[in-house]
Design a binder for this molecule. Structure first.
Ligand SMILES: [Ca+2]
Ligand SMILES: [Ca+2]
Length: 160
């Protein structure tokens, strides 16, 4: 049990450890991630703003083994069986807006071409007039690049 006297000796960055997942805002913990699915479809920029207002960022889908199942479970709990959905998208937090072809997550870490989170072997392909925003595609529940102005649902994540 943590008492107030324990908290008294903790300061600075250590306080991050006590940041909580705001269940009262609809966030919940899946696979150790504090995340929320927003069900409406909007642009990548609008999704970024909504997450930021929550003190969150768009989801970091960095690992197929650690970060894919939480999305599947989150969708399921919101009434969506990913396997029954064709060509629907969820914005996640990586773009190649700064340097075409070099996707980076919003924390600055790279999302390399060839990572197994991408739909293989087709993505990212910067199709049409350009695709600079990463999104989860259903039913695959993997990443592809899409036009940032397009509509997608989105997943926000709070680091805690
Ligand atoms: Ca691109
Ligand atoms: Ca693409």
């Amino acid at each position: 049990m943590v008492t107030s006297s324990d908290l008294g000796v903790i300061s600075g960055s250590q306080l991050q450890c006590f940041k909580e997942c705001p269940f009262n805002k609809g966030y919940a913990i899946y696979g150790g991630h504090c995340i929320k699915l927003y069900m409406y479809f909007t642009s990548h920029a609008n999704a970024l703003g909504v997450c930021a207002a929550d003190g969150a960022h768009l989801y970091h889908f960095k690992s197929l083994t650690k970060d894919r199942q939480p999305v599947i479970d989150l969708l399921y709990d919101n009434g969506i069986d990913h396997a029954d959905v064709t060509l629907s998208f969820l914005w996640v937090g990586a773009t190649d807006i700064v340097s075409e072809g070099s996707f980076v997550w919003s924390d600055g870490s790279p999302l390399p071409v060839g990572s197994d989170v991408w739909v293989s072997p087709l993505e990212p392909n910067d199709a049409g007039t350009g695709e600079d925003c990463a999104r989860v595609i259903l039913p695959e529940v993997k990443i592809n690049d899409g036009p940032c102005s397009g509509g997608a649902r989105f997943v926000c994540q709070i680091d805690f």
